[in-house]
Ligand binder design. Structure first.
Ligand SMILES: Cc1ncc(COP(=O)(O)O)c(C=O)c1O
Length: 391
């Protein structure tokens, strides 16, 4: 080969996967590892979904389906969208079923952004946003969140990051990796900023069902003038413990739809048909399961916080949504990567260095509490032990 693709050369393999693979390698060598690195609920997929999908397989839904998704699932998503956000969408003109929310992010960023576009990314952030921009040839622009203030948006930094090419902003709410949830007042302020600067929002709402206060997160799409300039990314991986199913979706305003659709068509054609039929036939009967998952996560969060409060020298962002805790380890004189690597190699605890999510994540590690209470307890005890050795 003469020359590699310069855009792809700039992309980085996900450090989360790298951490996970190193942990697996150590396990293969016989080392016991405690896993707090994975953003994956350890619950079983609700039984009605499994059963409906087995039925769909038996009923012969094993062929190609429509590229943009089976009608029934697009209709279910449109109904859920209306119930949750009060927004009417046309299942056939606005909804694309994708291979997880990851593919929805890829199709949207690659389909809509390109050379000459700057894309604001409040950061630290899920690494796909930055890397999909590199793939698209657009310019990702990291805009630090205020990590010392509940990981809120920094409007002065957003203003300062604007240039004549700024066309998009990617908003993830509730937030990975900080566990923050932007309050309604902040979403309203952001909507004004978007309208004033004629931007388009890519709103990643994959954690919309996982919040710990009394109010669900406000979708920016539901504010006046915002639906037509917001692409909403969603999926089933987190709320329904379906990470392995690889089913998600994008809700796209009609004038932008074809651009996202083209990337989807040429990348994957369509998502597995039986999964879509199974989900469509069962998901509306699974609200109690989602609530049970949220209740259990809330319990784990509380337990984790109480346990972590006993560890000397660390502070953290109190999680309001998703299932991550972002821990400040800045005072120990190690980079986030060194801290995470040593924790894994010396003590067998897998975490993710905050720097994996962007420069502002330096000085932090992310742990996930989507695992069992037993693993959480073991993990925090290892962390306490490791930190005691650093003094
Ligand atoms: C913010 C965010 N968006 C999207 C995804 C991807 O979800 P999926 O597994 O449905 O592709 C994740 C997974 O960790 C995530 O944290």
């Amino acid at each position: 080969m003469k020359k590699k693709n310069a855009r792809i050369e700039k992309m980085r393999l996900s450090p989360i996967r790298t951490m996970m693979e190193r942990a697996k390698e150590l396990e293969r060598q016989g080392r016991p590892i405690v896993h707090l690195e994975l953003g994956e609920p350890n619950f079983r997929t609700p039984a009605p979904i499994v059963e409906a999908t087995v039925r769909a397989l038996r009923d012969g839904f094993t062929h190609y389906g429509p590229d943009e998704g089976v009608d029934e699932l697009r209709e279910v998503i449109a109904r859920k969208f209306y119930a949750k956000k009060g927004l009417q969408v046309d299942p056939y003109e606005n909804i694309i079923i994708t291979t997880g929310a990851s593919e929805a992010i890829f199709d949207t960023v690659v389909g809509l952004t390109g050379p000459g576009h700057s894309v604001l990314i409040p950061e630290p952030a899920f690494g796909n946003y930055y890397n999909c921009c590199l793939c698209a040839g657009s310019q990702p622009v990291n805009v630090p969140l205020r990590l010392n203030d509940k990981s809120r948006l920094d409007f002065a930094a957003l203003e300062a990051a604007l240039d004549s090419n700024t066309a998009f902003i990617i908003l993830n709410n509730p937030h990975n990796p900080t566990g923050g949830m932007f309050p309604a007042s902040e979403i309203e302020k952001l909507a004004n900023f978007v309208l004033e600067n004629d931007l388009i929002v890519i709103a990643d709402e994959i954690y919309e069902d996982i919040f710990y206060g009394s109010e669900p997160p406000l979708s920016i799409a539901s504010l006046p003038g915002m639906q037509e300039r917001t692409i909403v990314i969603g999926g089933f991986s987190k709320s329904y413990a379906m990470t392995g199913w690889r089913v998600g979706y994008a809700v796209v305003p009609t004038p932008l739809f074809a651009s996202v659709q083209k990337v989807h068509q040429y990348a994957v054609t369509c998502v597995s048909t039986f999964s879509q039929v199974g989900i469509a036939n069962s998901i509306e009967r699974c609200d109690t399961e989602v609530q049970a998952i949220r209740r259990e996560l809330k319990k784990r969060r509380q337990y984790l916080i109480e346990d972590l409060n006993k560890v000397e020298g660390v502070s953290y962002i109190t999680p309001e949504g998703a299932f991550y805790l972002f821990i400040n380890i800045g005072r120990f004189g190690l980079s986030a990567m060194e801290f995470s690597e040593r924790l894994l190699e010396e003590k067998g605890l897998a975490t993710v260095p905050g720097s994996a999510f962007g420069p502002s994540g330096e000085g932090y590690i992310r742990i996930s509490y989507a695992t069992s209470l037993q693993e959480i307890e073991k993990g925090i005890s290892i962390l306490r032990d490791f930190i005691a050795g650093l003094y």
